[in-house]
Design a protein around this ligand. Structure first.
Ligand code: SF4
Ligand code: SF4
Length: 336
């Protein structure tokens, strides 16, 4: 395995690591096997979140006896201090640990949210206090909006930044560059663009060549995936021209009809979680996880059928996506 320093944190992370969303879909015995395989392969960084249902708990069980061999990162979606403190204490219990190497403010998506977390009584205040108490070693920020993340980096309050970086979403490269200038650690989430690539290994190899990135965290739900990903880093080969062309062809094919999950379209007056629905559709149609995606879609309080076609979302979407048509298609693919 190849390792990098996570910015100036002093943490030495495996460049290919673990994203904690898909662990929700597997049972505890598979989670245990994934963690054991990671250990054997030299993978030492696990990123999860309070919002990923039982992901923290599964990792907590799987890490029994080996917690000290890993660098653990989790996140709170809370914007206020009290909520962040509650989340932190819940996450510590769930992951059966006394501290986190990295604790992140999750999906800070708008300038208003950034102001909220930074304000007196905001989430950052609580996490800084926890840092003084030794519950948190370093504080990070995550998000899907490049301008908000750039501003968050510029505040100087964060040791790391986590952004979706992949062959399609190149708009975050300036965020990574700004973070690196400040000695921050950089973490690439969604390296496979929500499962959009038919040749995921090419997409991961492209990111391994990105000097602005410290660690890549593809979601892992099997030992085989863990092994394949680790092998890409351990036996790294740059993309040949032919492979670059293949990857570019996929990027071109995704074209304009591809939701980047930037969330500019929100809020929908009907309460439709537009990007979430497109993520579920992607899992159903591209990831062979139809049953899981249909179940998650069915659990939404408001699904795509609630759209009254007001068009507000389309006026906000920076990619000019035909969201109304796409929602109809998604509903057709996901409704039980
Ligand atoms: S067009 Fe539909 S999804 Fe878009 S904002 Fe209006 S109700 Fe919401
Ligand atoms: S539909 Fe458009 S605005 Fe909404 S998340 Fe996707 S890309 Fe962003």
């Amino acid at each position: 395995m190849k390792y990098k320093q996570l910015g100036s944190t002093g943490l030495r992370v495996s460049v290919m690591s673990i994203g904690g969303i898909p662990i929700q879909r597997v049972d505890q015995s598979v989670a245990n096997k994934i963690v054991r395989a990671a250990l054997e392969l030299g993978v030492n960084f696990i990123d999860t979140a309070r919002g990923y249902t039982d992901s923290e708990e599964k990792f907590g069980h799987a890490l029994k006896g080996v917690r000290d061999r890993f660098i653990l990162a989790t996140k709170t979606p809370a914007r206020d201090a009290a909520g962040a403190r509650r989340d932190l204490e819940t996450s510590l219990r769930a992951m059966q640990t006394d501290y986190f190497e990295l604790y992140q403010l999750h999906n800070v998506s708008t300038m208003e949210e950034l102001e909220q977390v930074l304000a007196p009584g905001g989430a950052l205040e609580a996490v800084q206090k926890a840092q003084q108490e030794g519950l948190v070693q370093h504080i990070g920020v995550t998000g899907h909006n490049d301008q908000v993340l750039l501003r968050a980096v510029e505040t100087g309050h964060f040791a790391t930044v986590q952004a979706p970086v992949n062959a399609v979403e190149r708009q975050f490269i300036p965020v990574l560059a700004a973070a690196k200038e400040r000695g921050m650690g950089t973490i690439a989430m969604k390296p496979l663009a929500g499962g959009s690539f038919t040749r995921p290994q090419l997409a991961l190899r492209q990111l391994l060549a990105e000097p602005l990135l410290d660690v890549i965290i593809p979601g892992i739900d099997s030992v085989e995936q863990m092994q394949q990903n680790a092998d890409l880093a351990s036996n790294y080969r740059p993309l040949s021209q032919e492979e670059q062309d293949l990857l570019q062809a996929e990027v071109d094919a995704l074209g304009k009809g591809f939701c980047r999950r930037c969330e500019y379209c929100l809020p929908c007056p009907q309460g439709i979680r537009i990007p979430q629905i497109f993520i579920f559709e992607g899992y159903a149609t591209r990831y062979n996880l139809a049953e899981w995606a249909v179940g998650r879609y069915a659990s939404l309080n408001v699904d795509a059928s609630a759209c009254v076609e007001c068009g507000i979302c389309e006026r906000r979407c920076p990619y000019q996506l035909p969201i109304r048509e796409m929602l109809k298609r998604a509903h057709g693919n996901l409704k039980q």
